[in-house]
Ligand binder design. Structure first.
Ligand code: FAD
Length: 457
């Protein structure tokens, strides 16, 4: 930038950090990606991302960004065993206790483990000459300039013997610092330690629990689907599940329960829960053999830090990914929202024309706007459960109309392909929720709500 050597630091080497480092590589001479763990070359688990064992899907918008930032990576993942599938044609979905019709939509997702995906992102990022992975370091604080109005770097502790002995600390200077440290990011405490306010936090918790177990995909399995999704139905049916193919001939079976109806991880309990999801789901699970134990996960609340509301903010710092907003994972939004935020950061840096002061605060406002749509989708669904804790929607006329309208629209997706495709675009974060209120779609919804009995269109 402007012919000077300058450096950005990204704290956290998981998916949000990887997207961000890729974007910053276009704007900085050097990008340091700081990570507490050793980052494996291949698709292996590590302690910093315990959720990576659970089922993960990248939404359509996330895949589009993947194609832009890492051209060819999708094909590499497919060569490694990821399975492309049409989100409507290849997915058997039971929702509100009815099966949705399957038809070709042209909207193709990729079915693979989160481990394979993240390993692919890392592999491609390692080919960038100006990106340096600094592993086994824990970020322990922020370095500021004397007036404490600008972040100037970070303090790290070395966790293993290397260029520096284990236990030693070091300050790394930077022109710009990004927090991609995930849900437990210490930035709120670091800010208060520097004399700034901590952000307000909004939490919506439907008390969802996950259990994921891997099975061998049955040989010669014949079905009209590649993925089966059983949706929970508020307010009385809190159970859902998923069968999802991954690389290496694996089927991931995921069980989920809302309202503290947590799926068990023991053999008999897992089996009983799977059976309760209906004969089609249970028969598929019964057709195969488990190849892993069942891994549980709780702590799935949607948790949003309102950094954008802080009036005082140190320059040259920004927060994104789960550290900004962690979503209830059932909606599969986290990786895609962090990709959208990384893109917005790149655009803001580009616009700044070399002056990085103010970029961080402007980005926080942008990230908040990006988060709004996904937050609304996740929390409005979760708040349909009576046991969900969190701020309820307003009960003004507009809110009540929006909630009635979306419920009618979802009901109509069972027989109206146009509405189904429009709804998929919104849940896949390709289009904003406001697109559902386009006049043509509203007419269809009203016709379904008040008109004669529908036929499939
Ligand atoms: C059960 C579950 C299922 C999910 N399913 C989906 C899905 O289907 N689709 C989807 O898009 N998203 C899903 N998500 C969300 C997704 O996992 C995250 O959005 C995604 O990992 C991006 O998060 P992140 O990079 O911001 O933080 P994290 O993934 O939490 O990573 C934080 C990184 O920072 C490192 N770190 C932490 N502290 C320090 C420190 N002090 N110093 C150095 N390094 C540090 C950690 O080791 C880790 O590598 C799911 C989440 C859960 C919990």
């Amino acid at each position: 930038m402007n012919g000077q050597t300058n450096r950005a630091i990204v704290m956290g080497g998981s998916v949000a950090g990887l997207w961000t480092a890729r974007v910053l590589a276009d704007h900085f001479d050097e990008v340091l990606l700081l990570e507490r763990d050793s980052l494996p070359d291949g698709p292996e688990t590590r302690s910093g991302v315990p959720q990576a064992r659970q089922y993960h899907i990248m939404l359509l918008r996330g895949l589009q960004i993947l194609d832009d930032l890492f051209p060819g990576l999708r094909d590499e993942l497919i060569a490694e065993g990821a399975i492309p599938f049409d989100i409507i044609q290849d997915t058997a979905v039971r929702s509100r206790n009815r099966w949705l019709p399957q038809f070709p939509s042209g909207k193709v997702l990729l079915s693979c483990s989160r481990l394979l995906l993240e390993a692919g992102l890392r592999r491609r990022l390692r080919t960038f000459d100006n990106v340096r992975f600094v592993e086994n370091v824990e970020v322990v604080g922020l370095e500021t300039e004397a007036q404490i109005t600008r972040i100037a770097g970070v303090h790290v502790k070395h966790l293993r013997d290397g260029a520096q002995p284990a236990g030693s600390t070091e300050t790394l200077s930077a022109d710009f610092v990004v927090d991609a440290l995930g849900r437990r990011s210490p930035t709120p405490e670091w800010l208060t330690g520097l004399g700034y306010d901590a952000p307000e936090v909004s939490v919506v918790d439907s008390f969802l629990g996950y259990v994921t177990r891997r099975y061998r995909r049955p040989e010669n399995f014949q079905a009209s689907w590649r993925m089966m999704l059983i949706g929970a139905t508020p307010p009385d049916d809190p159970r859902g599940g998923l069968i999802f193919p991954e690389e290496n001939g694996v089927w991931t079976v995921m069980l989920a329960g809302v309202n503290k109806d947590y799926p068990p991880t023991d053999e008999a309990g897992f089996d009983e829960f799977a059976r309760s999801l209906g004969p089609e789901f249970y028969a598929a699970v019964q057709a195969t053999e488990p190849i892993s134990k069942a891994y549980g996960y709780r702590g799935t609340d949607s948790r949003r830090h309102h950094y954008e509301k802080l009036t005082r903010w140190p320059d040259r710092l920004v927060v994104l990914g789960d550290a900004f907003c962690g979503f209830n994972p059932i909606y599969g939004q986290g990786m895609t929202v962090s990709a959208l935020s990384a893109l917005a950061l790149g655009e803001e840096i580009q616009k700044a024309g070399g002056n990085l002061d103010g970029v961080g605060q402007r980005c926080l406002a942008k990230f908040s706007a990006i988060t709004d749509g996904a937050w609304l989708l996740a929390t409005s669904s979760d708040l349909e459960w009576p046991g969900t804790e969190g701020e309820r929607k307003g009960d003004g006329l507009a809110d009540r109309f929006a909630s009635w309208y979306v419920s009618q629209l979802v009901g109509a997706t069972f027989y109206d392909r146009t509405l189904r495709l429009a709804f998929v675009d919104v849940t896949q974060l390709v289009k904003p929720a406001t697109s559902l209120f386009a006049p043509g779609l509203m007419l269809r919804v009203f016709r379904h709500a008040w008109g004669p009995k529908p036929r499939v269109t």
